[in-house]
Design a protein around this ligand. Structure first.
Ligand code: T4K
Length: 399
């Protein structure tokens, strides 16, 4: 479609969605040296403790318990909250949200999303509540907050636990308060691809001291003061991961500024482009701008998949997060009882595209990417018959 395959890709190196942000390599290496000097590598080490205190302060909440990744954080949270039976979640999320529940023998019940927020639609939840339902698990998809007030009202009305998968939402606020303290607890992922990363890592955050205590026991085999007091697993974060976290937290502002700048250039570049509807952030809130997501609409003249294919030829490795929805992958799709009606989820799974951003993507790179998208869009479709491919080459437009 683009005609680019006859020439060199626009980028000589691949531009990944989710390329890690490591804003302070020198500080990370200094802290790793400190870890090696202390010869204390894991098991509730000093850097893990320091990072827990710093994150709790950063988010303005009482307890942050670090764990080895976001999936295990979800599992520990669900277990410590006593969830069982059925839990209502959106299907439009990374598969770990559903997988963590299924792993514990809890059935995820898939709910549609609000097409404006991409988050679980409160209006759709109540018809999914059954006597087996124990909780609602909202996902702040792409860092934009769920409607926590509406979800709280529904949870209270039905006596359900409310918790959040905040994997995408570190550094974001909802109603002026930092995400992390909503519901019974919130769960973060600090995977390498996230806005704030500890290489692999995650956290359970809460203002409930009893829950925080249970989570601490659960992540360390159930040990307390040398005795096993509860069922636990090994969910500990190690000191090198904590070193990455501490160095990244100190330089977090650099990453936000870079992401905000890139997002602004994308917004400008797509502002008058028919068929590309960029996901908006509420600028009155704190945002991490880590996800540059757009819907590819029919007016664009090419499908989302065609656009992604064309960008890949130019080394822009755009992603179609999070297609297909969780309900459409194993083991959920093979469960005859799992046959949800999710019109908005299905539509978004066909339309959503995520573009590269982060500290490895320069302003010039973003200009070039927007030019490539424009070249693949309606203008290009019109000139397709002319064979005038060079006229749509991005260099001419990106300047
Ligand atoms: N809940 C939600 C809503 C989540 O999004 C996630 C994780 C979780 C829970 C679970 O948290 P964790 O247990 O993972 O902490 C990636 C990540 O592995 C995953 O953490 C993340 N969500 C998900 C959205 O993205 P994939 O399958 O897309 O990974 P992969 O290998 O295709 O890499 C993603 C992109 O990042 C590629 O464009 C390549 C790039 N990349 C990746 C790595 C690791 C790099 O450029 N450098 C790197 O070092 O899942």
């Amino acid at each position: 479609m683009s005609g680019h395959n006859t020439s060199e890709p626009a980028f000589s190196r691949p531009l990944h969605v989710g390329a890690p942000n490591v804003p302070s390599r020198a500080r990370f290496l200094e802290l790793v040296d400190q870890v090696l000097d202390a010869n204390w590598l894991t098991n509730d080490g000093p850097l893990v403790r320091e990072l827990e205190t710093s994150i709790a302060a950063h988010l303005g909440l009482r307890h942050c318990v670090l764990v080895c990744n976001g999936t295990v954080a979800l599992e520990i949270a669900a277990r410590c909250l006593g969830l069982q039976g059925e839990v209502i979640i959106p299907s439009l999320t990374f598969v770990a949200t559903a997988g963590a529940l299924e792993w514990l023998g809890i059935k995820p019940v898939f709910c549609d999303v609000d097409p404006r927020t991409y988050c679980i639609d409160p209006a759709e939840i109540e018809r999914l509540v059954t006597p087996k339902t124990t909780a609602i698990l909202g996902v702040h998809l792409f860092g934009r907050p769920c409607d926590a007030d509406a979800l709280t009202r529904i949870a209270e009305r039905h006596g359900l636990t409310l918790l959040f998968d905040a994997a995408h939402a570190f550094g974001c606020s909802a109603g002026g308060r930092m995400i992390g303290g909503l519901g019974a607890c919130e769960v973060f992922s600090f995977h390498a691809t996230k806005f704030f990363n500890t290489i692999e890592g995650g956290a359970v955050t809460t203002n409930d001291p009893d829950l925080a205590h249970r989570v601490r026991l659960a992540r360390n085999f159930g040990f307390e003061n040398g005795s096993v007091r509860a069922l636990g697993i090994n969910g500990k974060m190690n000191e090198v991961c904590a070193a990455m976290g501490l160095s990244n937290l100190e330089a977090l502002q650099t990453v936000v500024e870079c992401n905000r700048r890139n997002y602004g250039i994308y917004r400008e570049g797509f502002s008058d482009l028919p068929g590309i509807r960029l996901m908006e952030y509420d600028d009155s809130e704190k945002n991490n701008y880590q996800y540059v997501v757009a819907e590819v609409l029919p007016e664009f003249g090419q499908t989302r998949d065609q656009l992604v294919e064309s960008l890949h030829r130019d080394n822009v490795l755009a992603r179609s997060y999070f297609a297909p929805g969780c309900h459409a992958v194993e083991p959920f799709c093979s469960d005859p009882a799992c046959n949800p009606e999710l019109p908005h989820t299905l539509g978004l799974c066909e339309r959503l595209v995520t573009f590269p951003t982060g500290t490895r993507v320069s302003a010039e790179d973003v200009l070039k990417i927007t030019a490539l998208v424009r070249a693949a869009g309606p203008e290009h479709s019109r000139s397709d018959g002319d064979g005038d491919h060079e006229a749509s080459r991005p260099k001419a437009r990106a300047r």
